[in-house]
Design a protein around this ligand. Structure first.
Ligand code: ADP
Ligand code: MG
Length: 630
């Protein structure tokens, strides 16, 4: 048997589902109804421009009001209005969007891009907060009759002749008992400020107080009085809708202040503007980061045709750019759908790629044109750049030419410049270039000075992202090793295979090692006697590069490293076999004197690394003091 047919949907069943699940946030009803009012107003203006409407436009604005006593909210516009027939068509048929039809109809007569509506579902969000919804409307069309529609949220409605005299539409919501919060003016003011702040048609919500000058008092001081003025919610022409060519730096800075009144001035900004293969405009600002960058997330606001959608832009903006501030406006981002859908959406992916490319281009341009200013901002932008390089291959390819490293003398280099800088000298016996870095210039000073004495250069990598950055760069750079300056004795770090002779014999060497082992008496320290220059430090304590990186990764939660458990600290103790101290130890007659010398030299090495504390530190100071008195 074979049969074909259409699955039937009973509206009575589906209606409550739409009401309940369409939007998780009830306040959205206001966004939807105000957007509809703005759409109707925009259409009206467009018809006038096209000559389809020859009458007087009047003041085209949207008004929202609340009546606490009557428990109503009204949204009223001077847009195109609807005839009874149109109500039946656009309102009664769910998901039949008049907006889409309007755009279709006028698509050849210039674009109708300013229309917000798209899905034909928004109006019904009113029933999330209202028991009864009324529409009072009069179409702009000549000879149109006013119409009135009432619905209690069931699938039954009533249309009657209306009384409205003025072109446009008023929606009245009889607020239900669970939604009385929306009868508070402050609540409505907040919701409007959130969603309607940049809508293209003026939105008025009651009146507000304003201080104006009122002559002078007897002492000649200015007097002020309070007057009422319209409370206009929005700036109808936000900066991102304007052409970058018409804008000054001051405009951008002022707009930043409008968005984030309490923030410090941004470093620079990017004006985004594409219309193919997707539409997107916006302005992204690079903020001053400082150390507390965690709190600054979620500062990018997402708009669709000037309607605020969300400030959770996680899926739209590449992760490494989440710390940027600003606005993105795109009608091509699906709005009323779930997260997982957003992630797999083709447009969203393209937008992601575009933004990342734009940011790379801007940084590259700044670097090339204003290197000095770029360097001065590096402390703030370095984090974006490094994070971007680690997480985004395409960004890496561009950023490798403008990522900077700073050496301990405060000079900045690009990667290429730095390679050239160290090429002649900082190369080991296997022809590997060795990059030396410090994470704490003050603490690692003795090691830095050892390196500098050899004519080597040391860069400073002291931000939280740097350990990851180093790992990443090593996989990218050929024949290059990156080593922390205190990971070993400098002659080992840059091993040129210059054999130096040990002045003591093997037997003496073993004996000295034994003395140190006993004096230190701790298995986490591995002692080795090395032939160093007599002028080098007698003893140095270092943690091998490999060991320290494992620990760093573990500390920052790098994947897979937990199998090591919590790793103990393991250190290498290098004793300079050619130092006078060793001679002194050999010559000492008493076992106690030998160990005392070794212990003192070892503690001194620990001290220089900031590793000596507590009782060990107190004992060291006591012993040193005693020596001074001898
Ligand atoms: P959408 O806005 O996505 O088209 P809605 O459910 O919000 O869907 O609205 C459905 C339709 O009802 C609109 O497309 C429009 O034709 C009509 N409409 C809604 N509100 C108004 C209004 N204030 N003035 C004129 N028409 C309106
Ligand atoms: Mg709508």
């Amino acid at each position: 048997m074979q049969e074909k047919g259409t699955i039937s949907i009973h509206t009575e069943n589906i209606f409550p589902i739409i009401k309940k699940f369409l939007y998780s946030d009830h306040e959205i009803f206001l966004r939807e109804l105000v957007s509809n009012a703005v759409d109707a107003s925009q259409k009206m203006k467009r018809l006038a421009v096209l000559g389809e409407y020859k009458g007087d436009l009047g003041e085209v604005r949207v008004e929202v009001s609340v009546n606490k006593k009557k428990k109503t909210i009204t949204i009223s516009d001077r847009g195109i209005g609807m005839t009874a027939e149109e109500i039946k068509k656009y309102i009664n048929q769910i998901a039949f969007s008049g907006a889409t039809e309007f755009v279709e109809k006028f698509k050849d007569a210039g674009d109708a891009k300013e229309i917000i509506g798209k899905f034909g579902l928004g109006f019904y969000s009113a029933f999330m907060v209202a028991d009864n919804v009324e529409i009072d409307t009069l179409s702009y069309q000549e000879g149109a009759e006013p119409a009135r529609w009432i619905c209690d949220g069931s699938t039954e409605f009533e249309i009657t002749e209306g009384t409205r005299k003025e072109r446009g539409t008023t929606i009245t919501l009889h607020v239900n008992k669970d939604s009385v919060e929306f009868l508070e003016e402050s609540r409505i003011q907040n919701v409007l400020t959130k969603y309607a702040k940049f809508l293209p048609i003026e939105v008025k919500f009651g009146e507000k107080d304003k201080q104006v000058e009122d002559g002078e008092d007897k002492e000649g001081k200015k007097k002020y009085k309070t007057v009422k003025e319209d409370n206009i919610i929005n700036n109808t022409t936000p900066l991102w809708t304007k052409s970058p060519n018409d804008l000054t730096d001051e405009d951008y800075l002022n707009f930043y202040k409008e968005l984030y009144p309490f923030s410090e001035e941004p470093l620079f900004w990017i004006h985004l503007n594409v219309d193919y293969p997707f539409e997107l405009t916006g302005i992204l600002y690079f903020p001053k980061l400082k150390k507390d960058f965690e709190v600054q997330k979620n500062k990018i606001q997402l708009y669709s045709r000037q309607v605020f959608i969300t400030d959770e832009t996680k899926d739209v903006v590449p992760e490494f750019l989440m710390l940027l501030h600003g606005v993105i406006d795109s009608p091509d981002i699906p709005l009323n759908v779930s997260r997982s859908y957003l992630q797999s959406d083709g447009n969203v992916k393209k937008i992601n790629t575009y933004i990342s490319k734009k940011v790379a281009d801007k940084l590259s341009e700044l670097f090339k044109k204003e290197r000095e200013s770029y360097e001065s901002k590096w402390e703030d932008i370095g984090l974006f750049v490094k994070y971007g390089m680690i997480s985004d291959e395409k960004f890496y390819d561009k950023a490798k030419d403008f990522v900077l490293v700073k050496n301990t003398a405060g000079k900045y280099f690009t990667m290429k410049e730095y390679e050239a800088h160290i090429e002649a000298n900082q190369v080991d016996k296997d022809n590997n270039k060795v990059w030396l870095y410090a994470t704490n210039v003050a603490k690692q000073d003795s090691f830095i000075s050892d390196a500098v004495d050899k004519g080597y250069d040391v860069i400073v990598l002291d931000t939280p992202i740097d350990s990851h950055f180093i790992n990443h760069m090593e996989t990218k750079m050929e024949n290059t090793q990156i080593k922390r300056v205190d990971a070993d004795n400098i002659d080992k770090l840059v091993d040129k295979d210059e054999k130096r002779e040990l002045v003591i014999n093997d037997e003496q060497k073993e004996a000295v090692k034994g003395v140190f082992d006993k004096a230190i008496n701790n298995k986490t320290y591995t002692v080795a006697i090395e032939p160093l220059a007599p002028s080098d430090a007698p003893v140095s304590v270092t943690m091998p590069e490999f060991m320290r990186r494992m620990k760093d990764m573990q500390a920052t939660g790098g994947g897979g490293f937990n199998m090591f458990g919590s790793m103990p600290d393991n250190y290498n103790v290098t004793v300079n076999g050619n130092h006078k101290l060793v001679d002194k130890i050999i010559k000492a007659t008493e076992e106690g004197d030998k160990e005392g010398l070794a212990k003192q030299a070892f503690d001194l090495a620990l001290l220089s690394q900031g590793l000596l504390e507590g009782k060990a530190l107190t004992d060291f100071i006591k012993r040193s003091t005693a020596i001074l008195g001898e």
